[in-house]
Design a protein around this ligand. Structure first.
Ligand code: CUA
Length: 321
């Protein structure tokens, strides 16, 4: 039935685990409003015929009982509340953190292309390749202006901002090629900023991973080390827990960090990126606020590589921080 309604409404194919839920809500809202519209037309039509002015005289006024009026209002209100509840459940599921076993892919938007980097160092341009049935967590950033990552078949849309990471996740359910478009006006060639999402069966995906390796020796974290030494990060940040002018990167990822203003923050991708771009915004307690901004110095793939490096530096499990 879903398939039929989808084709009547000219919706794109449904290829993610969210798609059916989103569509069901869509169908429900459309059905309810359609029924409402038809009823309104019928009643209006009846009134037009029944009360048309044969002779000029005052039209009798409606005297609907108060309770009936109240019933209408409450009924319509609860319909809206029902829509909201149904939609909110799906929304929460889509917006919550990706499952633990999700595969992470870095997405970089740039006027007017998309680039994808996998944690093992592979990258691809204009084509995102993912396996069926495995959750994928996207970490998205832009090198210039605001873009928006939109895959209609996944019912997934996320803004992509310069200087910080946003994340989104999905699980593809059907093999095939699906269009990916930019959904935020970003300049002259915005309408050409398109790419393709290829969903492969798990074994095909493995083969793709094996086959199209660009530089197998260089993982993203490995590249992060090179970036860190090239830009002098290691002068102030150690990788092994030693205290230098800035906080160590060892075990930093996902740790709760105490800030100079007394508040705490979890050192996730967004905070790490912000600390590179606007280091003085939220300084870690006990450290001088003298780090220069790397806005415009680090490219987005370099930032991604640094974040991946920090993530790879897990703390030894003695519990000390
Ligand atoms: Cu990028 Cu529009």
């Amino acid at each position: 039935v879903s398939e039929l309604v989808r084709s009547i409404l000219a919706l794109p194919p449904a290829a993610s685990s969210f798609a059916d839920e989103v569509d069901r809500l869509h169908f429900f809202v459309i059905t309810v409003t359609l029924i409402g519209a038809i009823l309104t037309f019928l009643v209006a039509g009846y009134f037009v015929l029944r009360y048309r002015a044969k002779h000029l005289g005052p039209t009798p006024r409606s005297t609907a009982p108060f309770l009936l009026e109240l019933g209408w209002i409450v009924g319509l209100m609860s319909l809206f509340v029902l829509w909201w509840v149904l939609g909110y459940r799906t929304f929460v599921r889509m917006e919550s953190e990706a499952p633990q076993d999700a595969m992470e892919i870095y997405v970089t938007a740039k006027q007017w292309t998309w680039k994808f980097a996998y944690p093992d160092g592979r990258s691809s341009a204009a084509e995102l390749v993912v396996p069926i049935g495995k959750p994928v967590r996207l970490l998205l950033t832009s090198q210039d202006v605001i873009h928006s990552f939109f895959v209609p078949a996944f019912r997934l849309k996320r803004d992509v901002l310069p200087g910080r990471y946003t994340s989104a996740w999905f699980e593809a359910t059907k093999a095939g090629d699906y269009p990916l478009a930019c959904a935020e006006y970003c300049g002259l060639a915005h309408s050409l900023m398109r790419a393709r999402v290829r969903v492969l069966a798990p074994d095909e995906f493995e083969r793709w991973l094996d086959g199209e390796t660009l530089d197998p020796a260089e993982s993203m974290a490995e590249r992060g080390k090179q970036v860190a030494s090239r830009h002098g990060c290691l002068g102030c940040h150690s990788l092994d827990g030693k205290l230098r002018e800035g906080p160590t990167w060892l075990g930093l990822y996902r740790r709760e960090v105490k800030l100079a203003d007394g508040s705490t923050i979890v050192a996730d991708e967004a905070y790490l990126t912000e600390s590179m771009m606007e280091p003085s915004t939220r300084v870690v307690a006990g450290f001088p606020a003298n780090m220069p901004s790397f806005q415009g110095v680090l490219t987005a793939p370099e930032v991604g590589a640094l974040v991946e490096l920090i993530k790879s530096l897990e703390e030894p499990d003695d519990g000390a921080s």
